[in-house]
Design a protein around this ligand. Sequence first.
Ligand SMILES: NC(=O)c1ccc[n+]([C@@H]2O[C@H](COP(=O)([O-])OP(=O)(O)OC[C@H]3O[C@@H](n4cnc5c(N)ncnc54)[C@H](OP(=O)(O)O)[C@@H]3O)[C@@H](O)[C@H]2O)c1
Length: 316
Amino acid sequence: MENYVAAPNRYDVLQYERCGRSGVLLPKVSLGMWHNFGAEDDFSRCREIMRYAFDNGITHFDLANNYGPPYGSAELTFGRLMEEDFQPYRDEMFIATKAGYDMWPGPYGNWGSRKYLMASLDQSLQRMQLDYVDLFYSHRYDPETPLEETLQALVDIVRSGKALYVGISRWPLEATRFAFRYLRERDVPCLIYQGRINLLDRAPIDEGVLSLCCQEGVGFISFSPLAQGLLTDRYLNGIPEGSRMSKGRFLRPDMLTPDLLARIRQYAAEAQAEGRTLAEYALSWILRQPGVTSVLVGASSSAQLQRNLTVALAPH
Ligand SMILES: NC(=O)c1ccc[n+]([C@@H]2O[C@H](COP(=O)([O-])OP(=O)(O)OC[C@H]3O[C@@H](n4cnc5c(N)ncnc54)[C@H](OP(=O)(O)O)[C@@H]3O)[C@@H](O)[C@H]2O)c1
């Protein structure tokens, strides 16, 4: 494999958006590695997707300790890509990881304790071959651990230099309000909230999380913006071999009820009337919501990514 040299025109492609009231700009489309980057996935395909992303202006990459499968393996893949291709570009990349779900056995490998978050980030840095991440998240709200403990761990992680910024993901509204205040009072403001907004799930809008982010100057990044592929043409005519639904782990065939398929077909018709693909229509709807910084897409090929980037192209 030849040495990788990033495309010289990579910053002419996408639009970037300020993340809340911070100094950070994020691409309107960011790349997530929940699927397609595990040990079971073809490494050359991972490399192709990652190179395509970076060559086309994607600077923000989203991981978590448990992405794979098996757990940890997406970070290992990413570490190998850093070592072989991206080390010279480290300062051009905004790399996130998270801890919050079950990661290792026993009482210290899950949820929101200081013990878990600190150890998990150290493990993530090793797997990713990094000295620090740009962004570290509490991956989910822990109803049993005092919020102060989880949040102080985030503050101390930033002070230790192992992360430059912190964020929270999937926290409920009142806990989110508390987190924003706690972190701000310690001069480690929450950079970003990660939640799911898409045409099929508007909970962060309906529950007030997105407007709270706007008021507080915190960015918002939407995960699963294509509802894991449902909001593309992937399932309009059955369940294709090799698709996420055909593997059935997180997106199962029984989820595609006749009602849901009818809704998706309705969105596809609206998209077609505007001369757009369903994926473009779905992503641009999210990016139009005030307060949304970026959509965090997944891709099982660089061709998918190419099709989805059109919504974030820079005006020429
Ligand atoms: N914070 C959290 O709790 C949380 C939860 C979930 C995800 N996330 C983050 O969000 C990221 C994205 O999530 P996601 O992968 O569910 O996002 P998504 O963009 O909604 O779905 C991506 C999948 O849709 C299909 N797809 C994408 N573009 C397509 C196209 N143009 N035509 C046909 N099919 C297309 C592909 O599936 P096929 O495999 O079928 O090709 C692809 O893997 C994750 O990687 C992770 O970083 C965070």
